[in-house]
Design a protein around this ligand. Sequence first.
Ligand code: MGD
Ligand code: MGD
Ligand code: MO
Length: 728
Amino acid sequence: MKRLKSGGGWPAIKYALALANKHGWRRLWAAARSKNACKTCALGMGGQLGGMRNELGRWPEICKKSLQAMAADMQASLSPQFFERYGFAELRGFTPRRLESAGRITQPVYAGPEDSHYHPITWEEALQRIADRLKVVSPNECFFYVSGRSSNEAAFLLQLFARLFGTNHVNSCSYYCHQASGVGLSGSIGSGTATVMLEDVEHADLFMLIGGNPASNHPRLMRTLMNIRRRGGNVIVINPVRETGLVKFRVPSDVRSLLFGTKIASLYVQPHIGGDIALLTGVAKAVLERGAVDAEFIRQATDGWEEYREHLTATDWQTIEQGSGVERATIERIADIYVAAKSAVFGWTMGITHHEHGVQNVQTIVNLALLRGMVGRRHAGLLPIRGHSNVQGIGSMGVTPVLKEAILQRLQEQYGVCLPTTPGLDTMGCVQAAGRGEMRFGWCLGGNLYGSNPDSALAERALNNLDLLVYLNTTLNTGHAWGRARETIVLPVLARDEEPQKTTQESMFSYVRLSDGGPPRHRGPRHEVSIIAHVARAVLGDQGPVDWHSMEQHQTIRHFIARIIPGYEKIGQIDRTREEFQIAGRTLHSLRFPTPSGRAQFKTHPIPPLPSSDGQLRLMTVRSEGQFNTVVYEEEDIYRGQDRRDVILMNRTDIDRLGLTADQRVTVRSTVGEMQNILVREYEIRAGNVLMYFPEANRLVPSLTDPASKTPAFKSVLVQVLAKAPLT
Ligand SMILES: Nc1nc2c(c(=O)[nH]1)N[C@H]1C(S)=C(S)[C@@H](COP(=O)(O)OP(=O)(O)OC[C@H]3O[C@@H](n4cnc5c(=O)[nH]c(N)nc54)[C@H](O)[C@@H]3O)O[C@H]1N2
Ligand SMILES: Nc1nc2c(c(=O)[nH]1)N[C@H]1C(S)=C(S)[C@@H](COP(=O)(O)OP(=O)(O)OC[C@H]3O[C@@H](n4cnc5c(=O)[nH]c(N)nc54)[C@H](O)[C@@H]3O)O[C@H]1N2
Ligand SMILES: [Mo]
């Protein structure tokens, strides 16, 4: 398949037209224009400003992903015979794409220990079975996982139920995503979210994009990057892979860009996987050597400078070059551009967080920003580019094993209860505990815990160990086929734009949006809150501190959120005012930081050795252009020119060194698994490093996590690539 020369552009438009033809122009247009927050990434679009408007009100803002997600929810329902026809044996043979495109789930289904198929059950029976189980199991043997597409209201209610039920094993997909950003930022600047708003980014004259592929995953950010370039600013990309859309992008809604393409990266630097600390330490060293640090800012607003400065001075260039794989001259060029910039924004994604040193990666970025006083003022700052559309809101609502002190206290006061003090486990911690047989019950509000988990064999074993696993989903995924417990119940839910009541979501700029909901597309699915409230009432009764019946009203939940969640006070009036709002205390535009000392902290981290072992390659597991996480919409990855997903992308020199040829079938082996019949493909990836697609490649990813944030090292797996033995 031919690789495109630029991202975006006509293929994206063509795709949108094809979708419209398939699902009906009117329907797709109505969905796109509805006042609901976009379902895909957390860049923030839609809500009360109207569909296809970003947080600055700009129109038209739309991307292929957004349409894809809407169209997926418009699918017909699974055929009534689906589960009769396909048992687990068949479902396990289905690709992620086939499961997703089988249709919407519209009826609760159940499978017990002797069953070979799911079979439909009534809502009453499903909810009764769940409640009955929760009444006999010990709370500490139960966990609650939330993905990032559910509403604030559902997330708040589920965590409230879990705490009152008696467990702190409450967590979300953030632990597999940006947790290292939250932990890293909190340690450095006292707040775990972006320090900037969209408006700041639009005014920056340098955007440093580290370890992310927004051309695929946050396409609307490309317009902002284009604007920076058009104003004469710079975009520096740091990525082991040369991502087509980051070199050149055609913003579909901009005629000039659509016709001629826009150059995005002013400088494209390709370090080794895991080489970012070395590289950024080198940039900081060069800034110091140029005498270009902001001494006044450092004196006034930071701690830890002396130690950091000594570290920069003591670290030699050879260590930096070896640890990053980048020559000194290139590092000096980055420093020159940075020194010349007046307002720099640092944005990063999974290439930074998915490492055993994820928190250290993040804090090294913060150091570089602090060095020139680029935090705590307008038009400059730090931007973790978040994944799921409401993953940040899910965290704000308290879906975390350890509650923020303020939330804990307010919950206890509000309800006159003592909440459990037993330690709560993170996501990987829960899966590992289940693997050891220490968990009995799991509740997954959306997502695909099996598919998103490292070490698929462990994930399967762990989930198989549970007595009951409850899934609330819109469509089928690999988890339903592989991640089953002794008893499994799948409950169909309504998507955000089908909710009978309004819901709210929080963007990565900490902007809270109000979604109007809309008419249900299918009879059968229920809204998430009603399911949670129903089970909570059946388990805990109405005599307790919470009137679960009244909690079926989202407005009532919002009243409690306003009282309990710091910064969310305005949500209490949102039904009346319809006023969306910026969460107080998040955007940092002054030199006062919410740390104990009020100052930002330089955090000195040594350069980690590059993971390596004889003859092995470093593997990153990433997304293709045609998928959203474990949901695969298309087998091809048009930006990387791949027509299929069972491929390993390698540098030419590695292909030659291992005596392989393009399109040869190989076995890829790691310490936890192996994948056979993988096709070798040549690609512009830094030699020594290789790329495969998640979720399939999770068979190869060990469950090693960053000790500080518990985020798995999805981007740094040592593998062997073995030519298939010739048939004898
Ligand atoms: N279309 C689409 N959009 C999405 C998603 C999706 O699956 N599809 N998922 C959503 C979610 S939940 C998330 S978290 C985001 C993910 O958005 P991204 O983080 O952009 O997604 P990944 O595919 O994981 O790609 C990470 C990038 O990091 C680079 N990389 C890998 N290792 C390293 C490293 O060691 N150093 C550096 N500097 N770079 C490295 C890879 O080459 C790749 O370009 O996207 C969100 N948006
Ligand atoms: N190897 C490897 N593994 C990874 C990653 C990687 O880069 N490499 N990335 C990690 C990251 S960043 C993340 S965020 C996780 C993603 O992990 P998850 O969030 O757990 O997984 P998703 O694939 O996003 O979940 C998809 C499912 O969500 C359901 N769904 C969609 N909309 C709704 C809704 O409105 N309500 C409900 N209840 N369900 C809905 C659909 O049924 C769909 O099948 O994966 C992680 N795993
Ligand atoms: Mo994510």
